[in-house]
Design a protein around this ligand. Structure first.
Ligand code: ADP
Ligand code: SR1
Length: 414
């Protein structure tokens, strides 16, 4: 069977495809089993098992998996995911699965299989598993990919930048679902009704909130600061106790860097409320686990902050344009500049994180931590409390100077 035109694959036709592609056939042979395991919002993911090895094939169809054909979406997203996996993998080799095959016509990526016990972080959080190296690894991955921005060091090329400008449809989608849909009536918005009806209405009516969201959205649209993953939530990361792997960067684009760190921290804050309060029972009140989540949130930011400054110091006489040594080579001024830069980044991180929390409670794409709480009133109670915290972060974020200040009230009450 020739695969010269796009066609959606299934478990059977993927085997035909592999047999028809010499590189894959030589690696995997013909005695194959295939299982579709996709659980994300957008794409289809197949685990291919041959006697010799496991492999992953991921196909983008011209619509969104979680909605169906009524929400069409470019299948070219697979191209940007493949380029982003390669580029982000080049910057942070140990934390990204390797791409081994890409077929533009079929919108199909072949990549290394992350073998068990790798598990999606979100599922680990629901199960109450601690990952001692998670904050350290996310810090490494973030500093590897985020430090290389023009003002500080010239590492990303104009060609890569130009390439990602083609990923406009997914940019628009992010602008819509993160920054606009929660503030208005939108076709696919949903929440735990009737419990959260009033909360959803408050989001649509709050002028102060809308002002803050407008500022964040402008910043998001205007600032091409660094190549981001673009969707760095806790379902985009697979972990074991020793390994942390970031996958699924089909939303990759040049955006303000606080959007990636904010997404990760925002999702951990959601887990603090949902996965823990919503899933606690008489056997396990999850108190110790909640403490670990808070520690991971604090460590992720603090370790990243420290490493970022260290890299900046190391490169202060380098090719970065914004802080020329001839002007800023004075330790006191250098410190002031760094403090201002990091504080600004911190405030945007909190703002973006809060916007991401809100959208997961009221827009089209919810999170498993939340959805898996079967009791609606309990789920709504967690959602309500998470929304209150997200709104506070949106409005008051500039008053916080350290991440430890954020969680003081929860440390006393958790
Ligand atoms: P989507 O783009 O639809 O969000 P994901 O990239 O998140 O899809 O993948 C969906 C699921 O497939 C993940 O939750 C994970 O369980 C599995 N998966 C994806 N890539 C790999 C991989 N390289 N190794 C093992 N499992 C994977
Ligand atoms: C309709 S929005 C679908 C969502 O799924 C992806 O994981 C992104 O988070 C996107 O916003």
């Amino acid at each position: 069977m020739a695969f010269t035109e796009f066609r959606p694959l299934d478990e059977k036709s993927l085997i035909e495809y592999i047999k028809a592609v010499p590189f894959l056939y030589s690696k995997l042979g013909s005695d194959l089993k295939v299982k579709e395991v996709g659980d994300g919002n957008l794409n289809f993911v197949y685990i291919v098992i041959s006697h010799a090895r496991y492999f992953v094939m991921k196909q983008a169809l011209p619509y969104m998996r979680c909605i169906g054909e009524s929400w069409s979406m470019t299948k070219e997203r697979a191209y940007f995911e493949a380029v982003a996996l390669t580029e982000l993998g080049r910057l942070s080799l140990e934390h990204v699965p390797k791409v081994c095959h890409f077929d533009l016509t079929m919108s199909l990526i072949g990549m290394h299989y992350l073998e068990p016990p790798h598990i999606i972080v979100k599922k680990g959080l629901i199960a109450g598993i601690e990952y001692p190296l998670l904050a350290e690894h996310v810090k490494i991955r973030c500093k590897d990919t985020l430090f290389h921005i023009p003002p500080l060091s010239f590492h990303h090329g104009a060609q890569t930048f130009a390439e990602f400008c083609g990923n406009m449809e997914l940019c628009r989608l992010t602008e819509q679902v993160v920054f606009s849909d929660p503030s208005k009536v939108s076709q696919y918005n949903h929440w735990t009704s009737p419990y959260l009806d009033r909360d959803a209405e408050a989001l649509r009516e709050g002028n102060v909130l809308k002002l803050e969201v407008a500022e964040l959205k402008s910043k998001f649209c205007e600032r091409d600061q660094a190549l981001l993953h673009g969707d760095l939530h806790t379902s985009s990361v697979m972990v074991t106790h020793e390994s942390t792997q970031v996958l699924d960067p089909d939303f990759a684009f040049y955006w303000p860097m606080g959007f990636d760190i904010g997404a990760f921290l925002g999702n951990l804050i959601l887990a603090f409320f949902f996965a823990q309060d919503g899933h606690a029972d008489q056997v396990n009140d999850r108190k110790t686990y909640k403490e670990w989540i808070l520690r991971t949130i604090e460590d992720t930011w603090n370790l990243f902050n420290k490493k970022f400054i260290a890299l900046w110091d190391e490169h202060k006489d380098g090719s970065g344009e914004a802080y020329l040594p001839a002007i800023y080579n004075n330790p006191e001024l250098q410190q002031l500049v760094q403090k201002k830069f990091m504080e600004d980044l911190f405030h945007y991180t909190l703002g973006f994180g809060a916007a991401k929390m809100i959208r997961r409670i009221v827009d089209v794409a919810h999170v498993e931590d939340f959805e898996s709480i079967t009791d609606a009133s309990r789920r709504a109670d967690c959602g309500h409390r998470a929304l209150e915290v997200a709104k506070l972060l949106l409005k008051e974020r500039r008053k916080f100077h350290a991440i430890t200040e954020l969680f003081q009230p929860f440390k006393n009450s958790s």
